[in-house]
Design a protein. Sequence first.
Length: 207
Amino acid sequence: MEIPEGPWQWLYYPMTLLMVVLDAPMPAAPSEIMVIGGGTLLAHGELILPLVVLTAFAGSMAGDVLLFLLFRGGINTLLNRYRWGRRVDRAVTQALEKAGRSSTYAAIVAARFIPGGRTASVAAAGLADVPLNTFLVLSASGSTIWALWMTGLGLATGLATDLPFWVNLVLGTVIGILVGTAIAAVISLRRRSQPAPVFRGAVDVEE
């Protein structure tokens, strides 16, 4: 396999891996932009397709497992010792109450396409005591679909237009947001039709 020349070949993979891992506990990390950007760079022959997809997949899986184990191990109890932590825990609790256990498994796969959805769904899985083996299968499925989809968005926009890199990146990101919004609407409709159980570790913190 011919290795493309240029600085992106050596900077992109570790940077993207780190951003995708951090996106699980910190949704503000620009993981989607990094992966879509990788697809756009692929269109210009500056990266290697299997490595872009593998990097996105590995980062998604690693971040999922890290966050899952933290919440399964009771990190919410530690969060409650601090004011900012109580706010985080309360926000997660509200997300869990809206999600419901019956939709948790589907959310592990689908919610990662929604801004912030990955964090809420993985935390929900940890607090709901989803079996580790089941979680790994669902996370692997969601991570594979997500990595292929985000890479494909960047690659498709890069190949379909002669626009500058940053324009293709914006186009791919906008499409991803629109798809995420549609998925969020579907999940929201499903949640409204299901009762919301109380999860262990949920707290009620007064302002």
